[in-house]
Design a protein around this ligand. Structure first.
Ligand code: E4P
Length: 192
């Protein structure tokens, strides 16, 4: 199972990447805003610290804007993974970008049917939000398990990336179920 760092803190990424145990990084607009750097510069720096996939999220709301932003982000480095939201427009953008062999992480997944559509749209990664589901009384890990099983049954190649991870027990469960990746804050990485 791969471990990604869910962070846009350059110092933290540099320090934890030095362990040799970090396989990639996911960022999101909130984390990026907190970094105080321009988005382009931030992603450039992270891709120099980590050779695995680095997720950089688009901010457009329509597919055409997401595709334009995604193409630009993908030019930063070979390991940039364009992150698009699991909306109707995001799925269209995913299909177009993945057709161009650009890595795509479809984020904000809250159901099995959404994950099914993302896989059909050629997503490299699907990011179900475990903690956010738990927050509203749903069972985030059950969704991970359902997606892992359905992807396996139908031989989809999309990798299941357990996101919105809040504590080590989430990592334990994601590993037990067979998620391909967990993306975790630096704090949780240390807690492991
Ligand atoms: C994943 O790529 C996201 O950055 C992240 O896991 C968001 O989760 P949170 O907003 O619930 O912390």
């Amino acid at each position: 199972m791969m471990i990604f760092l869910d962070s846009a803190d350059i110092n933290e990424i540099e320090e934890l990447a030095a362990t040799g145990l970090i396989d990639g990084v996911t960022t999101n607009p909130s984390l990026a805003a907190a970094s105080g750097m321009s988005f382009q510069e931030l992603i450039t720096q992270i891709t120099k610290l980590v050779s695995g996939p680095v997720s950089a999220e688009v901010t457009g709301l329509d597919a055409a804007t997401m595709i334009t932003q995604g193409r630009k982000l993908a030019k930063i480095a070979n390991n940039v993974t364009v992150k698009v939201p699991l909306t109707f427009e995001g799925l269209k953008a995913c299909k177009a970008l993945s057709n161009e062999d650009i890595l795509v992480n479809v984020t904000l997944c809250f159901s099995l049917n959404q994950a099914l559509l993302a896989a059909k749209a050629g997503a490299t990664f699907i990011s179900p939000f475990v903690g956010r589901l738990d927050d509203c009384g749903a069972d985030g890990m059950q969704l991970i398990e359902d997606i892992v099983n359905v992807y396996e049954k139908h031989e989809f190649e999309t990798l299941v990336l357990a996101a919105s991870i809040r504590h080590p027990q989430h990592v334990y469960e994601a590993a037990r179920i067979g998620a391909d990746v967990v993306t975790i804050p630096g704090k949780v990485f240390r807690q492991l």
